[in-house]
Design a protein around this ligand. Structure first.
Ligand SMILES: [Zn+2]
Length: 282
């Protein structure tokens, strides 16, 4: 095997609705993947009774499994997806009460980071679908709070939001300032090619690893992470890119001369190690 690193910065594993941690990690490994950053899936994908702590504990267990059974280095990111709030409100819970639950979940996530069991808080953020102004304000408060917790724990947040361009990046950067969190520690998950400082306001874009997005990005710079947002859900096979995408894309980019092996090391090892305070032993 060549010595080219590949980190998927946002990939899910799900033994309930999909193939599960080992199958996904082995596919990733066989295609040359070296490291996976894995956010927990929402509670409702586990069971109707699942609570936030259980959903987060599950992903930490999957990460342990991958680390002991494969050569992939896996890391957990824990948090409460914005749709968790929406679903509770839709089900009739008072907004204030749902927000309190989300606050508790974020604090649990921070604890897991402080204990060294997870490396970031996410995915957190706000909905990609329309909600009431009142609810949107709650999401925005929760985002700032999550960033404050991340500052205390010296870890990054992974943001799930509506599709974002300069205007949203600017707004998220202002939230980071308010929370005192370094801008680069705000990782925009599912990002388009917003590479220039005047496009991303210092946040870290985690680019969807499609050929199009990556090539557009590379015309402007190399300051990004790569991800698939793979869901590991058999009922939604084509929803996102497959688990082999990041390692394959990385090799294609090297073979076509668009990046060097040194660039790949920057994108897949150096940058994530610094952002998450981790050692990939690559
Ligand atoms: Zn996700």
């Amino acid at each position: 095997m060549d010595k080219i690193p590949s980190t998927d910065n946002h990939i899910h594993v799900d033994p309930i609705n999909g193939e599960g941690p080992l199958e996904v990690a082995l596919k990733f490994q066989r295609s040359g993947g070296t490291s996976m950053i894995i956010p927990n899936k929402p509670t409702w994908t586990v069971s109707p009774e699942c609570d936030f702590t259980e959903a987060m504990e599950l992903v930490i267990g999957y990460v342990d499994e991958i680390n002991s059974e494969t050569n992939v280095k896996a890391f957990a990111v824990v948090g409460a997806h914005p749709a968790e709030l929406s679903r509770r409100v839709e089900a009739g819970m008072k907004l204030g009460q749902a927000e309190e639950l989300m606050i508790g979940a974020l604090e649990t996530a921070q604890n897991m980071v402080l204990e060294g069991r997870a490396v970031g808080i996410g995915e957190i953020g706000r909905p990609h679908y329309p909600v009431s102004q009142e609810e949107m304000e709650a999401h925005n408060r929760l985002m700032v709070y999550a960033m404050e917790l991340a500052r205390e724990a010296d870890c990054p947040v992974q943001l799930h939001t509506e599709s974002a361009s300069e205007e949203q990046y600017k707004e998220f950067a202002e939230m980071a300032s308010k929370a005192g969190l370094k801008k680069e520690k705000v990782i925009k998950h599912f990002s388009g090619p917003f590479i220039l400082p005047e496009e991303n306001y210092g946040l870290t874009p985690s680019l969807i690893a499609s050929g199009d997005v990556i090539r557009q990005a590379l015309r402007k710079g190399k300051n990004f992470l790569m991800e698939t947002d793979y869901l590991d859900d058999v009922t939604r096979p084509g929803a996102v890119l497959g688990p082999k995408t990041v390692p394959r894309r990385t090799r294609k980019l090297i073979n076509s001369g668009l990046i060097t092996e040194e660039d790949a090391y920057q994108i897949h090892v150096e940058r994530p190690e610094k952002l998450y305070n981790i050692e990939m032993d690559f």
